[in-house]
Ligand binder design. Structure first.
Ligand code: NAD
Length: 292
């Protein structure tokens, strides 16, 4: 069994990005600049955004964090988005999700200029991804593709089962794994909350991608011997032995399942760092596509 080490792979790719930034600066080209809008004080969201800002520093990007009040109106949030759309210094930006319940997320995403939508959530980018045209691919699925690529995993002809159909992970993942690309060419099954007998499907997976948000839902008896398992889930479970009172676990029961797998991502240290790195990658693309 090989652990798919997202943490180290992310650092390797970040080093490549940092090198490219230095080359750009030496050539007198613009330094990539990522902005993030954070609404309210949700602790996990703050942690994720801080991680993104830190990663920007690591690769030599400029970054701007816009922290808005938790009661901001949708109208005022859209005004902030408009400012970023119009600011030539900003190459790409993200609106950290989840947003407060009274805000229409689809409407917010629709107002991000597709050229600056480095999270790849805008319908224009989603549509281009579906048609396999150049676009920003949603950061988590893109991070997973890059992880599979770095470990030289052969995906062609394999059966990939994706569990979870979210707009940001499961659905795009299912499309990407079926594309006629080096990491792709899988036969894909997409499972979700209404799938009866989930284990019947997961047991068939050569590559199993799980993005559900339920701790340890996938147990060892649901995974085929030798499977490649990508665990996207990040769940907090109470743990009195930890300083913060919780620990992070995935959607897959790692301890029991890992010995059966050929490759598996740990949580933390698997998909999470790759997601941040994919966002940096998209921001560099934004700078190259629209500023060079
Ligand atoms: P979501 O929370 O929007 O939706 C959950 C999905 O799981 C739904 O599509 C639902 O149909 C499916 N589901 C729920 N119960 C199920 C069941 N019993 N059987 C089969 N399917 C079931 O999904 P999301 O936003 O993709 O988040 C999923 C998990 O991934 C969460 O833990 C989230 O924190 C994590 N996540 C991690 C990263 C990362 O970078 N590692 C990025 C995004 C999300």
């Amino acid at each position: 069994m090989t652990i798919l080490d997202g943490k180290n792979t992310a650092l390797l790719i970040q080093d490549e990005i940092a090198q490219e930034v230095q080359t750009r600066i030496q050539a007198g080209k613009k330094k990539p600049h990522l902005a993030a809008i954070l609404v309210g004080n949700d602790t996990p969201s703050q942690t994720y955004v801080n991680g993104k800002v830190e990663a920007c520093k690591r690769v030599g990007f400029d970054s701007t964090l816009i922290h808005l009040d938790e009661n901001i109106s949708e109208e005022n949030l859209l005004l902030e988005i408009q400012k970023l759309n119009e600011n030539p210094q900003i190459d790409g930006f993200i609106v950290q999700l989840p947003l407060p319940k009274y805000i229409n997320v689809d409407n917010v995403i629709k107002h991000i200029h597709p050229d600056k939508d480095v999270d790849g959530f805008h319908p224009e980018n989603v549509g281009k991804m579906n048609k396999n045209q150049p676009c920003y691919i949603s950061a988590t699925p893109l991070g997973i593709l890059k992880l599979l690529e770095k470990y030289e995993i052969q995906t062609s002809g394999k059966h990939c089962v994706v569990v979870g159909r979210s707009q940001i992970v499961g659905s795009p993942m299912s499309i990407l794994m079926a594309r006629n690309e080096k990491i792709g060419n899988c036969t894909v099954t997409l499972c979700h909350s209404k799938t009866p007998n989930l284990a019947e499907f997961t047991m068939q997976a050569d590559i199993l991608v799980v993005a559900i948000g339920i701790p340890n839902l996938i147990t060892k008896d649901m995974v085929k011997e030798g499977a490649i398992v990508i665990d996207v889930g990040i769940n907090r479970v109470e743990d009195a032995t930890k300083k913060q009172g919780f620990r992070l676990v995935g959607d897959v029961d790692y301890t029991e399942t890992a010995p059966k797998c050929s490759f598996i991502t740990p949580v933390p240290g698997g998909v999470g760092p790759m997601t941040i790195t994919a966002l940096l990658y998209n921001t560099l693309l934004a700078c190259k596509w629209h500023k060079d």
